[in-house]
Design a protein around this ligand. Structure first.
Ligand code: ZN
Length: 469
């Protein structure tokens, strides 16, 4: 495809040169025609012919034909591929390029003759205008007539979608990196699985400072593909840079998106964590206790349990609890946990809340390479524990209460399970008493952030852990 306007520049004959030409015709008697060419009125001139004296040329070198149809073939943010038709007697071609800021053309490259000659001009700047022309040569002879193609704009950099969210039912909020060099953006979408992006549904944004837009009236719970294209425009022609397609399932986010930011890193804190839920009554009661005491905690949920008790999961999200992943069905243990066990649970929690779980804890407390890789892919750190209540073994509220209160110290991550009534009973006392002692009850993320000064790292295991579950 040809993009860019070609300006055709005819030679202006000058008397002296015509006389010269006539003289040469007389002397040689074989040269039919000689073009002598000058640049346009902006003062640019064709670079001088190489001095033939002392070169390997011979009198047999015939002047090749003139390249008349050079055009831009493919354009990226740093290259313009130029193509033209082969001409007679050409041994090869020279390509001359000039940017808008350059005063004159300079030779960018040479290619040998072929049936379909082309040349990729490289190392160009994004969104910048370039002119170029191609000459043919044969030995020492280089055509002096040329046609300048200009101005072709390189594309802006491809926009990258950085985030897609669903702030309310049927609405997608798309964010991308803005680009100073772009003129504007086009945001397109389609239902995943359908063939084409519908051009009449595209959103045109003419301000290159903008880096987000809302698309409304979409089908809830459906998955859409989104794509952002940036462009530059010149003389009514657009050069596009089409970004990568990103898919997103439209599930309204019910969670408080950001942490409250009320954690005081200088005061003691503890992270209560609960595995294996949700499960009906004990899970709901644990949330009642936490809510009443304005406490946060982290829940490592099993995907198929979350599917059974979605209201409990939504309530956790709305209360600002940290949503963790504890595999899809808890059947795979330790080193047998697969990436799919993890991703399936994340997908389920996302389908319920519109938020992906932010952390992982492995049943059996082993971190394998596969687990680590999947956690990195999903942006999840792994939180283990420093205090194991063994509440699954004792099922005794008083024992759990005593164990926690006797061992707790600043910075602990305490392991419990949200599926036992005895654990909920113990928490009736533990939560208010920890608060009375001056502990802040925080999520694992808040605790690691406060204690290390850095946000937790995906794929990294925090706290050692010791026993099972
Ligand atoms: Zn477990």
């Amino acid at each position: 495809m040809s993009r860019g306007s070609r300006s055709r520049r005819k030679s202006g004959g000058k008397a002296a040169f015509i006389i010269s030409a006539v003289f040469l015709v007389v002397i040689a008697g074989i040269i039919a025609c000689v073009f002598l060419f000058f640049g346009d009125d902006s003062g640019e001139t064709k670079p001088a012919m190489k001095d033939v004296s002392g070169s390997s040329s011979s009198a047999k070198d015939v002047m090749p034909g003139v390249v008349t149809d050079a055009e831009a073939d493919e354009i990226t943010d740093s290259t313009i591929k130029v193509k033209w038709s082969a001409v007679e007697n050409a041994q090869g071609y020279n390509i001359y390029v000039k940017s808008e800021d350059d005063k004159s053309f300079s030779k960018k490259g040479t290619v040998k003759s072929s049936d379909k000659p082309s040349y990729k001009i490289e190392s160009l700047s994004q969104s910048e205008g370039y002119s170029f022309y191609v000459t043919a040569y044969n030995g020492s002879k280089e055509t002096t007539q040329y046609y300048v193609v200009g101005i072709i704009y390189t594309a802006p950099k491809k926009p990258v979608i950085t985030n897609i969210t669903c702030p309310e039912e049927g609405t997608a909020h798309i964010e991308w990196e803005s680009n100073e060099k772009a003129k504007g953006y086009k945001v397109e979408y389609r239902l995943t699985g359908s063939e084409k992006f519908l051009s009449d549904k595209a959103v045109d944004i003419k301000d290159h400072h903008k880096n987000s837009t809302d698309i409304t009236e979409l089908e809830d719970k459906s998955t859409y593909d989104f794509r952002v294209t940036s462009y530059v425009e010149s003389g009514g022609k657009r050069t596009d840079a089409v970004g990568e397609v990103k898919s997103f399932k439209l599930v309204e986010s019910v969670a408080a998106p950001e942490e409250s930011g009320t954690v005081d890193p200088d005061k003691p804190m503890v992270a209560l964590t609960f595995d294996d839920g949700p499960l009906g009554e004990p899970s709901d009661r644990i949330l009642d206790i936490l809510e009443k005491n304005d406490a946060k905690a982290t829940f490592f949920m099993v995907g198929n349990c979350a599917a059974t008790y979605p209201d409990n999961v939504i309530r956790k999200a709305k209360l600002g609890m940290e949503l963790g992943n504890h595999t899809w069905d808890h059947k795979s243990y330790g080193s047998s946990v697969t990436a799919e066990d993890i991703s399936k649970a994340s997908d389920e929690i996302f389908d319920i809340t519109g938020v992906r779980p932010s952390c992982f804890r492995s049943p059996g407390g082993i971190t394998t390479d596969e687990i680590k890789t999947e956690c990195i892919n999903e942006g999840m750190p792994l939180y283990f524990w420093s205090v194991d209540t063994e509440d699954w073994k004792y099922r005794d509220a008083n024992h759990i209460y005593k164990l926690v209160m006797d061992t707790v110290k600043d910075g602990d991550i305490i392991l419990m399970h949200e599926i036992y009534g005895t654990t909920a009973d113990a928490l009736e006392k533990i939560v208010p008493e920890l608060k009375e002692k001056g502990y802040q009850l925080v999520t694992c993320k808040e605790l690691i952030q406060a204690k290390t000064g850095e946000p937790p790292e995906p794929g990294k295991q925090y706290r050692r852990g010791s026993s099972t579950d």
